[in-house]
Design a protein around this ligand. Structure first.
Ligand code: PMP
Length: 455
């Protein structure tokens, strides 16, 4: 008995010592955070993390300790550092909320910060809203979504993307965002690693951080036309890597990967048994050749889609995920826990929306993007012409340019743009979106031109 007590006492001592070290580590992380802030350095430094990772692995070899466990523990510590160093990062949403407050005070603002189409949902949607009460879609239902709706989605997806999926491969969610959240949260465990190619919509990273998952960032550049190299990805993969996130056409760059590069990424993912989370909500707005990840028939892929952008139904909060049934079941369990099921009336309305012809939306956004590209060229912005989506991600390359400061100054002049920082380490970039009519966009671009001198 005394032997086990001795061992337990020793265990307690070690644990308390570890907690003290954690406190010391967190204090240093905070100090580093302050320094980074004062010199305008971004929070995550992949090179530094890699160097520490190598030291930990080398120590594991000396100690004969399983490096997978040790690096998971390291990932926990690295995420904690990120958490204490993260202050209020300004994203397109924070600028949007500020713009809204200014509007309430009577100021006129041109919204080129958010990705919300200005046009209305299809007419079918209005009729469906009118008839849904009498149709009786008003109750609790399956967490995965109404079978009749999932059946309709499966048919729609199979035809549109030239593949074969059934309703068992579909989960309906309140926006693509929630499918992204359930996929990341249910498929990965704390300490696992997920690869995100930046610039990226911030929620992938935030979902991972929230679930204790370590994000490994692949930074792409405008000079490389926003293409990651296969080597970069290869070098990031280790035994803890469980998922890679793709988002093409991309928010914010509008990039579509060359088919060969996408093929290689999927091949690499297959070789390493990685989940591929492919967020394809801008597929409706692909200008050049684009290939859905569905076409690879990879059993560890999860595709997210939404009615928000294609059908201008942002406020309805409806989207869906497409994956192998085992994955769908896992996601459905969390969805049931969080919200029972997506509102039945909204599911009915979205089911009807599937019948609508949305090609007009596609053409509208395409035309606007062309116009915005031309105007951006005229005023000397540095950018890659988007292959799709609804945005231009432009560099304002004057020394010391701070996108957040610039976005705030522009608000005073009546124009809202999104700071590049919200999408990764892109301080000297802004994102402008094509979600207003051409007249308003031209007015916005004129304000931008007038103020670029102040950048
Ligand atoms: N993915 C990307 C790339 C997005 O830009 C957005 C919204 N801006 C979403 C997902 C979320 O879409 P939803 O409204 O369907 O949740």
């Amino acid at each position: 008995m005394s032997e086990i007590n001795d061992l337990r006492n020793k265990m307690d001592e070690i644990t308390l010592e570890m907690v003290k070290l954690l406190k010391a580590r967190t204090d240093v992380a905070k100090e580093i955070g302050e320094v980074k802030k004062s010199i305008g350095k971004s929070i995550t430094d992949e090179l530094r993390e890699d160097s520490l990772r190598s030291k930990v692995i080398s120590l594991c070899n000396d100690l004969k300790l399983d490096e997978t466990i040790a690096t998971k523990f390291l990932n926990f510590l690295l995420n904690e550092s990120i958490k204490v160093q993260t202050s209020n990062k300004q994203t397109h949403l924070s600028i949007f909320f500020k713009a809204k407050t200014l509007e309430e005070q009577g100021k006129k603002i041109i919204h080129m910060e958010v990705g919300e189409p200005d046009f209305l949902p299809p007419d079918i949607v209005k009729n469906a809203l009118n008839e849904v009460f009498d149709k009786g879609f008003l109750k609790y239902g399956q967490s995965k979504g109404m079978p009749v709706f999932r059946e309709a989605i499966a048919k729609y997806v199979s035809e549109k993307f030239n593949t074969h999926v059934t309703q068992d491969n579909i989960i309906v969610s309140p926006g693509a965002r929630f499918s992204i959240f359930t996929a990341i949260t249910t498929l990965l465990n704390p300490g696992d690693e997920m690869i995100v190619i930046e610039p990226a919509w911030p929620a992938y990273k935030d979902c991972a951080l929230n679930a204790g998952i370590k994000v490994r960032t692949i930074k792409t550049t405008l000079e490389q036309k926003w293409e990651p190299s296969i080597e970069q990805i290869k070098n990031t993969i280790n035994t803890n890597t469980k998922m890679i996130v793709l988002n093409y056409p991309n928010n914010p760059t509008g990039k579509i990967l060359p088919e060969k590069l996408q093929d290689e990424i999927i091949k690499l993912a297959k070789e390493n048994q990685l989940y591929v989370l492919s967020d394809e909500i801008y597929s409706q707005y692909a200008k050049s050749n684009w290939k859905s990840v569905l076409s690879y028939n990879y059993e560890k892929s999860i595709i997210t889609q939404s009615f928000s952008k294609s059908h201008a139904m942002t406020g309805f909060r409806i989207g869906y995920g497409i994956a192998d049934t085992k994955i769908i079941e896992k996601m459905a369990k969390l969805e049931a826990l969080c919200l029972t099921n997506v509102s039945e009336p909204i599911q009915y309305v979205a089911m009807k929306a599937l019948e609508a012809d949305t090609s007009k939306n596609t053409n509208t956004i395409r035309r606007r993007l062309e116009m915005l590209s031309q105007k951006s060229n005229e005023i000397g912005l540095n950018f890659v012409i988007p292959d799709g989506a609804m945005y231009i991600f432009a560099q304002l390359d004057k020394e010391g340019f701070d996108g957040v400061k610039f976005a705030n100054t522009m608000l005073e002049k009546g124009l809202a743009v999104a700071p590049g920082e919200g999408f990764g380490d892109y301080k000297n970039f802004i994102r402008i979106s094509a979600c207003q009519n051409e007249e308003i966009l031209i007015e916005g671009m004129n304000i931008l031109r007038e103020n670029i001198g102040d950048k």
